[in-house]
Design a protein around this ligand. Structure first.
Ligand code: BGC
Ligand code: CA
Length: 290
């Protein structure tokens, strides 16, 4: 196994890596810059696009461009044309909230959760954006709605409730796009930090980032720990598989919340990392079909 910093991006809150098979590039966000980043691993070149609003998550659109969950709501983003169109504002009643993590389900609907930006009030909701751009609100009461992804068959939805240090697993009706009963998938303790973003590999195992504990855990489908990987930055936010054969694990990290001492001990904090030699493959993230 080898871990390398592939983008010394010094993101304030680097998050939400997405591999684009078409261009063989990695996109991710810096929620608080706010900005969208892109890395071409073949050349090592990065590009950055400043965004007009805080951007919690992005997914690729089938039609090209991106869908995003931003501070004012859902948006369609075209980086080449430099356009950001807000298409829905479901959280106008909670001005202290912002969108956080998000992803598409296997049928190409985009899901994203919201959180109190001060991380105090349980005002976070979970939303579904359909192909026709209509929005449905689901569960409420999260302080920090975080990573959301699906099992390979789409019948399980993993959802991270960071402040409660809980990763939930919901039954999921793929056809209707509705989550059912939930149970605890993994409960973290204080020494584990907070669960943040996650991804599901081709063997249906879950890779979960630990904010405040500098590591990633791979869980078996029953929630037991399969392995742990140390990351040279304490605030590990999310991961996704990418690369030609989907055998590289890309990891995002954040600088926010680290004092000078912590930053000098972890100078690469806020960077993007690539882990190879894991002997595991991921799969393409579903695109937004709207
Ligand atoms: C949020 C951060 C938060 C962290 C803690 C991230 O996804 O964007 O604001 O501090 O999770 O788990
Ligand atoms: Ca996150």
């Amino acid at each position: 196994m080898k871990i390398a910093c592939v983008a010394d991006s010094k993101c304030i809150l680097g998050e939400g890596p997405v591999w684009d098979e078409r261009t063989q590039t990695l996109h991710w966000v810096d929620i608080k810059a706010p900005a969208i980043w892109r890395l071409d691993p073949k050349t090592g070149q990065t590009q950055t696009w400043p965004m007009p609003h805080r951007v919690g998550a992005i997914a690729l659109r089938e039609k090209g461009g991106l869908v995003a969950a931003m501070k004012p709501g859902f948006a369609l983003v075209d980086l080449e044309k430099a356009t950001v169109d807000i298409i829905a504002r479901p959280e106008e009643h909670t001005p202290d909230n912002r969108f956080n993590d998000g992803a598409c389900d296997p049928m190409g609907r985009f899901w994203a959760g919201t959180m109190d930006d001060l991380e105090k009030s349980p005002t976070g909701h979970l939303y579904r954006l359909d192909k026709d751009l209509s929005v449905t609100r689901f569960e409420a009461g999260f302080v920090i709605a975080n990573g959301i992804r699906w099992s390979v068959d789409g019948r399980r939805m993993y959802f991270v409730d960071s402040a409660a240090r809980t990763i939930w697993v919901y039954g999921f009706d793929v056809v209707k796009g509705v989550p059912g009963m939930r149970q605890v998938f993994a409960q973290l303790g204080k020494a584990d930090g907070w669960p943040d973003g996650l991804c599901v590999d081709a063997d249906d195992h879950v890779w979960g980032a630990h904010w405040g504990a500098g590591r990633i855990t791979r869980y078996r489908p029953d929630g037991s720990k399969e392995r742990t990987i140390e990351i040279p930055a304490p605030n590990v936010t999310c991961c996704c598989f990418g690369g030609e054969n989907f055998d590289t694990l890309y990891v995002t990290t954040a600088r926010i919340g680290l004092d000078e001492k912590a930053l000098s001990a972890a100078p690469l904090a806020g960077g993007g990392f690539a882990i190879t030699g894991l002997g595991v493959r991921g799969r393409a993230a579903p695109c937004f079909r709207g």
